[in-house]
Design a protein around this ligand. Structure first.
Ligand code: NDP
Length: 305
């Protein structure tokens, strides 16, 4: 049996997110001196209670960081055309810097069409194809918030991760794939494991860094980990226990921390980073728009390609 001295240390997502938010607030104050107030538009379609909670939290945190937010609440009966019209209006509104459509949208609306309708330079979720492609090619684009937050946790925890072997469990467009891309840009050797991987556990046991985004409560335990691995648990799952319901990750925290060197708890790990990076992206979007506006004032011959 391991003693507590050998348990992994917690990676404190709340503290690191607070640091990110204070950097965002400092940036917002600088922009204010130029007469610019970063503005985030949040569009919420329908009555999903969880989505309402997420949106409320995002707006609250935005306010704390000095970011103006505007909320567009639309009924469940909103047609795709009506939603696209709202997005088109926000795209052309020069006072709006970031647009977030809270997902999921009701089933009668095509999520892909909604994502593609957002101007890539205002796409603070980083899901638009132009941003996805830009990320893969290593351009300065808006990058999905959760993987960006995970990278910050890793860099704050490990320092240089260049050359390490990272395994990402899960290959979704919003977490797994962009996560793998960011790790590759940080010069890790990256393996991506998914539901069809043969002997995923053996592959995972080779990893110095494990990022888990499978959506399966407590699936990854100590047996999946190399001693000393750093574990980032993206999962958020509500489970019922004898003591009532509670949130758990995709990692069996109690088991994994007996082998890992550092691990994110759930809650209090990746979750706070996602909102922090949404606000960071809003500020990044504002800077990108200012840069584009300045470039468009230059004579064509002097503009960058
Ligand atoms: P998805 O359901 O979109 O993707 C899950 C991935 O896990 C898929 O690629 C799937 O493989 C893979 N998978 C499923 N079962 C296994 C298995 N047995 N072995 C290996 N791989 C498997 O989930 P998301 O990426 O959207 O989310 C993952 C988790 O992260 C969820 O718990 C979600 O709630 C949480 N989340 C948390 C956020 C935060 O802010 N903390 C933000 C976003 C998500 P395949 O592709 O083959 O089907």
């Amino acid at each position: 049996m391991n003693t507590s001295a050998r348990l992994a240390r917690d990676i404190d997502g709340k503290a690191i997110a607070a640091q990110v938010l204070s950097e965002v607030a400092a940036d917002v104050r600088e922009l204010a001196q130029q007469g610019v107030t970063p503005t985030l538009a949040v569009v919420l379609v329908g009555e999903d209670p969880a989505s309402h909670v997420y949106v409320r939290n995002k707006i609250l945190r935005a306010k704390e960081a000095g970011i103006r937010s505007l909320e567009r609440r639309l009924p469940d009966t909103t047609s795709q055309a009506q939603l696209l019209a709202v997005i088109a209006e926000l795209n052309t509104d020069p006072s709006v810097n970031g647009i977030l459509v809270q997902l999921p949208v009701p089933a009668h609306i095509d999520e892909g069409a909604v994502i593609q309708a957002i101007d890539p330079i205002k796409d603070v979720d980083g899901f638009h194809r132009e941003n996805v492609g830009g990320l893969v090619q290593g351009h300065d684009v808006l990058t999905p918030c959760t993987p960006s937050g995970c990278m910050r946790l890793l860099l704050d925890t490990c320092g240089d991760i260049s050359g390490l072997h990272a395994v990402v469990i899960g290959r979704s467009n919003i977490v797994g794939k962009p996560m793998a891309t960011l790790l590759l840009h940080a010069h890790c050797s990256v393996s991506v494991v998914h539901s069809r991987s043969v002997d995923a556990k053996a592959l995972c046991r080779l990893a110095d860094i494990v990022v888990v985004a499978v959506g399966k409560p407590q699936m990854i335990d100590a047996d999946w980990l190399k001693p000393g691995a750093v574990v980032i648990d993206v999962g958020i799952n509500r489970i019922e226990t004898d003591q009532g319901s509670r949130l758990v990750g995709d990692v069996d925290y109690a088991s994994a921390r007996t082998v890992a060197s550092a691990i994110t708890p759930v809650p209090g790990g990746v979750g706070p980073m996602t909102i922090a990076y949404l606000l960071k992206n809003t500020v990044i979007a504002t800077h990108l728009q200012l840069k584009h506006a300045a470039l468009s004032l230059l004579p064509t011959s002097t503009q960058e390609a």
